[in-house]
Ligand binder design. Structure first.
Ligand SMILES: [Fe+2]
Length: 465
């Protein structure tokens, strides 16, 4: 077997490689074997990564246990959050009954908006302040869980000003003053992985922008991931969420390595998002493999519960992965794609207002990003492509991964790039302007890009077939 090696744009084929690894000796002469991708860059570079607790319960039927876990966490008076759609599903009844069976008093807020605004979030916070709740339960998609995460923070330690907890530069990103009242998050879809991250996103209507709250304290005390809820998920929702999971996994795997960040001044306060690291790598490669093996079948055949169950697990794996590694360009650019929507409406989502489902807003950027960033870390793109089930046929790894993804997009009915969502050449400047502001995610790419390069990537994402 020969191995293709690319150095400075030149291709060479090497016939015999037995094993390549980097060996170094430390100051005491001890031999250390280092993964080349994670070579420490300078003496001040980061050299450690941290995996903080993920309390996740996964299993078909697990939703019925919510009452037992809530009781165990000390909840006796619960505010239960959901949205108008989920409030009509049997899952809500399951949760409510399970809580009441344990003697827990329950008040239900059903008005969380999809892609919640600050108005929706403030209404949810007011609801929490109306009674002496000692815990929160959320059941729904990412919008519901994000809202409840923010509620648990605002209701536990009301800030002086609403923006105090919001990320800079919009807000002050203040930490919580202590532990929050517990929150159990029960996703009814898959992919957002909101149940295992410390981030909540909402639309700040006045400023016409997405705003985030990144705060260690808001990670739910427990996530209950029950694939049963996926049985009734419409095929387009499975397609969009599967694409979101896939991009979480690839973006984390190709993110800037943690060793390319400066070591923290305070070792007890490492950032939530650290960049690619060996633990997120394991999760993300397996998530890509599960997507490759199950997504098309799960979209085509709603009766194949096994495929949907595997997707649910892939969503959890990728969620834990990007919860430490962080996403990069496709997600950073997605905020512009969803934020500037004119009249796109998708089958399977509420059609009362224009809306680009999150998974579509992300994945329309991904093939163009992979082509562009492939040469920066070809080995990572090749490994991701192989995990998806693609065979190295000599194409550049970024192109191989992009082409494989485009095939899947066409097969499962994803819009054909930005044009498929109603954008054209005239929108490239506005998209770039908005995408460029998402510094936290854009800076997590394997290499720094310029604003002109982001425009070029958006241009490459206009149409794929
Ligand atoms: Fe996402």
């Amino acid at each position: 077997m020969s191995v293709r090696l690319e150095i400075a744009g030149k291709t060479a084929y090497i016939e015999h490689i037995i094993f390549v690894q980097i060996k170094r000796t430390d100051e005491r002469g001890t031999l250390r074997v280092t993964n080349q991708h994670y070579l420490k860059q300078t003496k001040d570079s980061e050299y450690a990564f941290v995996l903080e607790g993920n309390n996740e319960l996964f299993g078909t039927g697990a939703l019925a246990e919510v009452g037992a876990h809530a009781h165990h966490l000390g909840m006796r008076r619960v505010a239960l959050y959901t949205d108008p759609q989920v409030s009509k599903l049997p899952s809500l009844e399951t949760v409510e009954k399970s809580l009441r069976d344990r003697g827990i008093r329950v008040s239900i807020f059903t008005d969380v908006e999809i892609e919640p605004s600050d108005r929706s979030l403030k209404a949810a916070i007011r609801f929490a302040e109306e009674d002496a709740f000692d815990g929160f339960v959320s059941i729904g998609g990412g919008s519901v869980i994000d809202t409840c995460k923010a509620v648990s923070l605002y209701a536990s330690y009301p800030p002086k000003h609403f923006l105090d907890y919001v990320n800079q530069p919009l807000g002050k990103a203040l930490p919580a003053s202590g532990p929050l009242k517990p929150h159990i998050a029960c996703p009814t879809t898959f992919g957002t992985a909101s149940e295992c991250t410390s981030v909540a996103i909402f639309n700040f209507v006045e400023l016409g922008t997405k705003a985030g709250i990144s705060n260690r304290a808001i990670k739910p005390a427990l996530g209950i991931v029950d694939p049963e809820a996926l049985k009734t998920l419409p095929a387009p929702v499975v397609a969009a969420n599967g694409m979101d999971v896939f991009s979480h996994a690839v973006e984390s795997y190709t993110a800037r390595p943690y060793t390319q960040r400066p070591a923290p001044d305070d070792p007890t306060n490492r950032p939530v998002i650290q960049g690619a690291n060996p633990i997120s790598d394991l999760n993300c490669l397996e998530a890509i493999r599960l997507i490759g093996n199950n997504l098309i079948e799960a979209v085509r055949n709603p009766d194949d519960f096994g495929a949907r169950e595997q997707l649910s697990f892939a969503g959890l794996l990728a969620g834990i992965g990007f919860g430490t590694a962080g996403c990069n360009l496709p997600h950073g650019m997605s905020y512009a794609v969803s934020g500037l929507v004119r009249d796109y409406r998708a089958t399977g989502w509420p059609r009362d207002k224009p809306l680009v489902p999150h998974g579509f807003a992300v994945i329309v950027n991904s093939p163009s990003v992979f082509r562009f960033m492939g040469p920066t870390c070809p080995a990572r793109h090749l490994e991701a492509a192989q995990a998806l089930g693609l065979v190295d046929d000599g194409r550049l790894p970024g192109d191989l991964l992009a082409d494989g993804l485009i095939d899947i997009m066409r097969t499962i009915g994803v819009p054909n790039g930005l044009r498929g969502l109603g954008y054209g050449d005239d929108d490239l400047d506005a998209l770039t302007e908005k995408g460029w502001k998402q510094r936290r995610v854009v800076d997590n790419a394997a290499r720094q890009i310029s604003k002109e390069e982001m425009r070029e990537i958006f241009a490459g994402a206009l149409r794929y077939w």
